[in-house]
Ligand binder design. Sequence first.
Ligand SMILES: *Cc1c(COP(=O)(O)O)cnc(C)c1O
Length: 416
Amino acid sequence: MAALGQQGRPVDEVIAELTEKRAGDVKWSDGKTFGMVYDGGPTVQAVAEQAARLYLHENALNTQAFPSLRHIQSEVVGWTADLLNGDENTSGFLTSGGTESILCGVLAARKRAHIERGITEPEMVLPETAHAAFHKAADNFGLKVRKIPVHADYTADVEAMANAVGPNTALVVGSAPQYPQGVQDDIPAIAALAKSVGANCHVDACMGGFVLPFAERLGRGVQPWDFRVDGVTTISADIHKLGYAPKGVSVILHDTKESRKYQTFVFDGWLGGFYASPNMQGTRSGLPMACAWAVMQHLGTDGYVELTQQTLINADLMRAGIVGIDGIRVLGDSQFHLIAMAAESGSGIDMFALGDALLAKGWYHDRQTPPDNLHSTVSNTNTGVIENYLADLTECVSAVRGTSTADRSTTYATLE
Ligand SMILES: *Cc1c(COP(=O)(O)O)cnc(C)c1O
């Protein structure tokens, strides 16, 4: 542990050291990182950077002091609700990310179950492919999780879920698509299950929210998943993923204003005045909200359709390439921008050794298990590099065949 220096340092020196610190981070702008940072191109970066400069110091805690942030939130939420085929009752809030949107969705479901159905031991039913954030929410808010194994194709086993749904069910979860293998659950069946007991149905579209609406416009077969599906009560959609805004912004949508009320907190019993909070945050940066507004305005629907087209070209090329390489395969029938790559049985390929070999050539994937596999979130960031990637992949597959690595870690997120 070191103490903060007694004397401050000049701006140039501070920035020079920060720049140096950053040198060891992943170089996402070269397109070789499959996930984490999503690059909409130079003008999208420019508009976000200028919006960030304008809103660097603004605080959305109190929108009476910063009315522009109330308008920004309401406009971004409204555009997203429209994209997801909501109606005049659809409402929501901006949050800091997918996890916070999911926390809000779970909290609202729990409160609704308590107030409307008197449930004191709330449960949520979810497929094992649902994001870890649901388990975080259950842990934080005291819900019991009924985690249900999925089909061999990694989609939710709705019949098995039905057996777990009962009088204590507060929430039933499906994903469009789920993160690990990128496949989409049967949302109409899941929503019907939830409705049959008066529970909420949350559709996790953190990944798909800013892809599926545009894939549909491109004529891709998109199974029903949004507010057109009867029984869907909440949806999470991350603008800081394929919405191409910088980190720190997501949308939580509710089918009605009454449903939205269950996630808000109001308090009039301290000496600081009437306090109202729409999500998990108190003081709340206006920067990511303004960036989301600016990026969405700059792109428009046409811009998103173009970025989605490019993303799907990249992902299709990658999938076809993987399928064509002897010894590796794609898990599940993913149709969009998420790809999980595993070994064919008996191929003698250690996927994590393959991951290390790819990393040595600059290609960054997340690791998952079981089975051992390498995960890619493909986006416009990866435009123009897929042919090179597949050439390196072919070479690495040959190089690692019959070898293995002792490192079995699949750390996705870290504590420090
Ligand atoms: C990314 C993601 C989340 C969590 O979002 P964060 O922005 O990382 O908090 C939840 N669900 C899915 C499907 C995701 O891809």
